[in-house]
Design a protein around this ligand. Sequence first.
Ligand code: SAM
Length: 227
Amino acid sequence: MSHRTSCFHLNDLFPREIDIEVCLKTLKIFQKLEGDVNCVVWDASLVLAKYLETMCQCKPDFLSGIRVLELGSGLGVVGLTAATLGAQVTLTDLPEALPLLRLNISENKQKIVSMGGYAIAESLIWGDKNSEIHKQEFDMIVLADCVYYEDAIDPLLETLQCLNNTVKKKPTIYLTQEIRDSEIQKKLWNVFYEKLNESFYIEKIPEEEQHINYRSSDILLLKIIKK
Ligand SMILES: C[S@@+](CC[C@H](N)C(=O)[O-])C[C@H]1O[C@@H](n2cnc3c(N)ncnc32)[C@H](O)[C@@H]1O
């Protein structure tokens, strides 16, 4: 798969504000007026970000000092929320997604630092076994809406495996996925789920444990740990 380089003009961007109520901070996330899937905020990322916030409401140190890796960050809503809640976060995506992702990190940097968190963006192409990221240890992996095209399923699973192979303690993985109406998308999700189920324990987090305003019957939230 080849990857395009991407740049943006500030005129092509528009901000979206996302409140993190538990710490009274508001993230400013720049989206592109037109672009690829990594240029907009997807609902599954809001469900996961708000779930992390809900967890911090019950357990204030849930993310404090925790090393978090985000896969397929897009504009960075989940990773930036985790960092604003005190985590040390590495946000990753395809190389062409990094300029806008880095703009969003720098836009929110002061809020993150004021909460004791940290955020950095790196390239991580799923299935790239030589990535330096695999040499690092993480306590938690987060990913939102990353199961949406067939060619990515095996590389994404390989990356999840690799991230577990080299570490002493298995990271907890939180994944959200919007289950879209089309038969192709449903089949794709089933294939991914069956393969994931072979090597990982999967727990579905019920809607009533999620953020009261940011949950949906068509968005799955899973907690996953390597067998
Ligand atoms: C549907 S978007 C979701 C973005 C973000 N997580 C959200 O929910 O707003 C999927 C993301 O996966 C990234 N992605 C797709 N294929 C990838 C690959 N092979 N390696 C790494 N990232 C990839 C895309 O660039 C995009 O940011």
